[in-house]
Structures are given as C-alpha cells and as structure tokens.
Design a protein around this ligand. Sequence first.
Ligand code: NI
Length: 389
Amino acid sequence: MPVSNRIAALRPEIEAWRRALHAEPELLYDVTDTAAFVSARLTEFGCDAVVTGIGRTGVVGLIHGRDGAGGPMIGLRADMDALPIVEETGLEHASRRPGAMHACGHDGHMAMLLGAAKGLAETRGFSGTVALIFQPAEEGGAGGKAMIEDGLFERFPVTHVYGMHNLPGLPVGKFGMRHGAIMASTDEFVITLKGRGSHAAMPHRSADPILAGAALVQALQAIVSRNTDPLKSLVVSVTQFHGGYAHNVIPETAEVSGTVRALDTGMRDLAEHRIREIAAGIAAAHGLTAAIDWDRNYPVTVNDGAESDFCAEVAMDIVGPANVDANAPPLLAGEDFSYMLEAKPGAYVFVGNGDSSGLHTATYDFCDEALVYGSSFWVRLVERALPLR
Ligand code: NI
C-alpha cells in the first residue's frame, strides 16, 4: 500500500492548513489561536471528543473505530509551538507575527496529524480508539510533561504513544527510526565564578574570574576527550561567557554557561559530576568560588525496540523497504516527547524533509511534499496497531 488515496486527495487541504498555521506562529504555552484552529478542525471532522486546556493549552481529539468506544487506545502526538526567530524565507505564507516562526516544522507536524484525523474519522477502518495529542511548549517549555502532569494518560489511557519529526537532509518520502536512544537529553548549566575585583594595574590584589573562566572553558573540553568512552556520545558545549565591563577593571564575577547532550543517563550523570568537580577545582586553583546552577532538562528520547520495528514496517507499507532506515543515526538535539516515552511504550520516527534549510534557522520551511507521507504513516499505523475485529 503506497500513500493512501484518501490522503492524496486531501493533500490540497492539508497543505492549506499547514500554510495557515505557518503564517500565525505562537510560542511555548501561548498557542491559544493554534489550539483553537486544531480543535475547530477536529470538531469539523466528527471526532468523538475534543478536549482542550490539557497542560494549559494542549488539545486531545478522540476517534473511535468502527465498533465504537471500548477496546484499546493508542496515542499519536504532534507539537504546536514555534520559535522566537525572525523569519527570512520571504514566502507568501511566511510568519505574520514578528519574532515568531515555525522554524522546526511543527506546522507540518500538526497538518499531518490533522490530515490523518480527517481520513480516520471518515473511514474508521480500525477497532479501538485513537487519541490525537497536540501539545504546547515543545521548544524548551516541557509541554509534553505538563500534559502528563495534568492527567493526560489517566484521562486517555493509551497503551502506546507515537511521535514524528521532520528531518532536513533526509529525502522526502523516506523514514528513519532506531531502537533505543534517538534524541538526546538536554541539560543546561550556569557557573558563576566569584573572586575579588581590583584595578587592572594591580592584579595581585584580585582573584581574577576572567582568567579562571578561561581556564574553566578549556578544562571542560577534557570531559569529552578524556572522561568519555570513545564509543559513546556526549556533547559539552560552553555557549556563553559573560564577565567584566571596563578595560581597566578586573571584575568580581564571571559567568560561564552551556549545555550537555547525552544519549544515555550514565553519560548524562558523568558530565554533571565532572563539570561540578572541574568548576570547583579550577575555582579553588585560582582562589575563588564556583556556584553552579544546574537545570536537568529533557530526558533522553528512548524508542522501544519492538515499537521502532513496528513503525519501520508501517513506513515500509507506504514507501517500500528501500526508503526506510530502521537503524537511523540519533540526533543530539532534545525532544520533550521523551517524557511520553518514559510513561508509555512507543516510538519516535523521522520523516524526510528533503533538501531544506536546517531546523531552527530563519530560512527553514516544512516541505509540503512530505505531508502526504506523514499523514499516510499515521493512518496506516492506526490500522495496523488497532486492526478491525
Ligand atoms: Ni521540533
């Protein structure tokens, strides 16, 4: 079965939703217009229930199969929020909201899930219930976690949950997934070095946080090069170094911040442990103190092996085995679908976005050619996971 005929026929409509959503991006939890658009479409399609306000602005639509309510329930998830980027695509459907942009393709993710919802609500070629989960605040706000804490899985007791993200560089019409870790944990740290300020011409009276900070940035590089098993993956990136305000003043404090990305909890813990040790050690060596503010952010996104294989089979049904990489390389970016996969078995898959600009750039656009593949994948997944009795 290639791309579903019904989905192919819906393509102009799905594309119009995608472009409408793209033009009106909203950030984090403030996705009220987006959530209203999504719930209006779900209601129009004849969903059996549309529930709003879960995790503040999340939306869940329910579609029962041919036998009505009862039977198993599965969850399909899309994210709704945009990024604080000024769009530079110059496209007709470009953002009309300055400083906000769908630069991660969540417009496409919503449109693909809406396309599937419309198709599934018409045909109902399954037995059981599908929960269409639209979450806010994927981009750093942990909206998926907020929905779970608001009782998502108690109110909608799904047995499995699935997520999909577009991937620039993967050709359109191709899918990728893998067993185990597919996206990284994302932790953030701020190290405040507190020394003693002085006249720049009397450095012996200072405890210089600029010199200690420079040594610290260098020393942190040794965590990946000297503490990490070369066969494992870890990123320690220092991305900010703030200190000082005048040519002739040694300041009292400096701030070094950055991010840690890992594909397993062991590496994640190792990085935190070593960063704390090195910061304290470098500070002591320079006669100052280091205070660390550690933000343990999104966990590793871990696919269940059997569910990843199941998604690969579903994708092969649509695009054939040659276009599915069941052992795709993981990304060291983060994803708060990780919280849903900690709560329920399931998998997260990539759908090709072709030769587009990269995610989170001002020239990125979701590729409309990919819409039918994503929607067909969702429809087929539901038909296979919840076969007609
Ligand atoms: Ni994203």
